[in-house]
Write a new protein. Structure first.
Length: 242
């Protein structure tokens, strides 16, 4: 009995991938409506595969279906960013505390492989591709702990984190190209490999977060007392760094 060759990606899969890259590149704003007719024209496909692609994106948390209004990019508020950023930071801190001082060579190689992917994307890819690869790098860094439940929790936040990373990259466009993005992540890995917990803490805290706050988060709606306190703390850190 012959074994069939793996089939090529469907139109819906290709459309989902293209839309995902576009969304993560920051082309659309959180909450922005997606017009099916325009997307069909841009992607060169009919409505059925487009709708299947949008359904998959909704399942992953990048878009949402709003009754009688169609599909829009998932909304994100200042409070959402506060929760995502602080949870991410605590997961990364816990992972580093568990990983050090003895770093597993195979897990370190996983980080290096993620960086090599980012280098390839810097040469031939798009900003949306870089956002997805950047998440995989951070996921690999968290994986240095060898703690499956931390990794699972981090992975569950994948699309939310990538939306925040896309906003961050928008804020950094004037000061950082794709090669600069790779260099910033290389510096993070270099710091981790020096195994100095205090230096690692400082590097993680300064890894793009300040530009993200100043240039992106303040433009979002949905501030709360908690998010305001968090932003104030980041502003104070920015003032100290100047």
């Amino acid at each position: 009995m012959s074994i069939p060759i793996t089939s090529q990606p469907s139109l819906a899969t290709l459309a989902r991938q293209a839309l995902e890259r576009t969304i993560l590149a920051g082309t659309y704003l959180p909450g922005e409506r997606l017009v099916e007719e325009r997307l069909c024209e841009e992607l060169g496909i009919s409505r059925p595969p487009l709708r299947e692609a949008l359904k998959e994106l909704a399942n992953s948390g990048l878009v949402e279906h709003v009754p009688r209004k169609g599909v829009r990019i998932m909304s994100i508020t200042q409070h959402d960013v506060f929760e995502i950023a602080t949870l991410r930071r605590e997961l990364e801190r816990m992972a580093m505390q568990l990983a050090l001082p003895n770093l597993d060579p195979a897990r370190v190689e996983r980080c290096r492989e993620s960086l090599r992917t980012m280098e390839t994307i810097a040469a031939t890819g798009t900003e949306g591709d870089m956002v997805a690869a950047g998440f995989e790098f951070h996921y690999a860094v968290v994986g240095l702990a060898g703690h499956r439940r931390i990794e699972t929790t981090y992975r569950a936040m994948a699309m939310q984190l990538q939306m925040c990373m896309a906003l961050n990259n928008q804020a950094r466009r004037m000061i950082e190209d794709l090669d600069g993005n790779v260099a910033r992540h290389q510096r993070m890995l270099d710091v981790v490999l020096r195994r100095d917990q205090e230096e690692i803490e400082a590097e993680f805290d300064n890894h793009g977060n300040l530009s993200f706050l100043v240039d992106a988060v303040d433009r979002l709606e949905g501030a709360t007392a908690e998010s305001d306190r968090w932003k104030e703390g980041v502003r104070e850190a920015l003032a100290r760094a100047e």
